[in-house]
Design a binder for this molecule. Sequence first.
Ligand code: ADP
Ligand code: G6P
Length: 483
Amino acid sequence: MSKTIIISNRLPVQLQISDGGLTAIPSVGGLATGMKSVHSGGESLWIGWSGLTEEDTPPALEKDIDKALKEHGCAKVNLTAKEIEGFYFGFSNRTVWPLFHYFMEYTEFELDFWDVYKAVNQKFADAIIEKSDENDTIWVHDYQLMLVPQMVREKRPNTSIGFFLHIPFPSYEIFRTLPWREEVLQGLLGSDLIGFHTYDYERHFLSSVRRLLGLDVSFNDVYLDHRVIKVDSFPMGIDYKKFRDAALLHGKNIHEKRSDLQVKLDDHKASAPDTKLILSIDRLDYSKGIAKRINAFEYFLNKYPEYKEKVRLIILAVPSRSNVPQYQLLKKEIDELVGRINGELSTVNWTPIWYFYRSLPFENLIDLYTSSDIAWLTPLRDGMNLVAKEYIATRIDKTGVLILSEMAGSAYEMNEALLINPNNFEQQADTLKAAITMPKEEQMARNMFLQNRLERYNVEVWANEFMHALNKKSEGDDDAFVS
Ligand code: ADP
Ligand code: G6P
């Protein structure tokens, strides 16, 4: 029987060795959380990196590792510490990530990184060939593996290959600065179907294909040799039911099984019932605009001092890519900013910012989503931003205000949110005030539309639409692509 092979750098679980034993912890990030729901529902094998380097893995544990991953429907690609350095911390996160998020000043063009990226992509392609049959469908994910489709195509000319990019595809003017731009495009064009979150990313990609490779492009078809490659946008949804059910259960458990965090949130509400909680949740990443958001919060408190002691900003930042220098600098910047602002503005009864730098269990995310009056998400660039969707899904009584950056892919589908430009402090201060004072009826009216849309276009529908388009393509039925 044919199956679907999902392939990404990050598996849905990361393995850690502690006290000689293995633990599997859930991965953070949109790709892992989104695809996990798709993977658990069907017949698929997910291939990726386990989170352990070869050097960290005692040979005696190899079998246990394979077994632990198998329980999650996964299989591993072994990577050495040197490969992780050049491929993951290097080309993926010091070249492609900053470039595709328009941070040219952070982008490093290092030939050594590129060489390791190619070698590791080949390792992933080899793992696919080893673990799949000709009839299987291959679904490759994200910017760490952009060469894999072409590498698989060389060995399996007739296999159905899809690729989905979870981050923005930048404009031609940015993309063309990459020294290995043609190779990256050719790598992607090994696919039958290439998907993006938004129409703009799709358009940028097609423009680069046309201008850099000189290929014929008609609507969303690319003609290469004797093949037609389809390019389309598929905005990723969330597992709506999972968040909704968790929020419903949370409401029922409120008096019996409260977490320590929920107790703290409830104490806060009881002692200061008029204070509004403003929530932001992100990986600690410069693309998320966390430092700017903190500055904008200070600007807001100076512009509208009547809200001092009446609002509190909760920042949950998940540690991410901490070997990359820019992430270390950002961590330092945020620590200092939070320290300074809390130092200057706190009173006996009030700390303006609660800052958590850690990954939290799912239950605690639900505590935060359901207890916060406002979610304030200000990425400077973001492929999609699923946190915005998750916040809305958990609002059982439909109250709550979402303030969302226009630069997030999700803003295209979330027009009823209060959309802001994260560089405009004046606008953000006024929007915060509007959110704090928004009547409940208006909050509910806006969220009703948002929730209906999220429920309809959930992650399962997203995956089905992608797979349907890929299957149609393999069957030679081009009607699937008339959009
Ligand atoms: P990105 O993919 O860039 O990290 P997204 O907002 O699209 O951004 O996805 C982040 C995902 O990670 C969400 O599904 C969210 O629930 C999850 N997540 C974010 N913060 C935490 C945290 N502190 N602990 C656990 N999961 C988290
Ligand atoms: C984003 C990327 C994913 C990545 C995730 C977490 O969502 O699109 O590919 O897995 O961030 O980042 P990490 O570097 O920890 O895998």
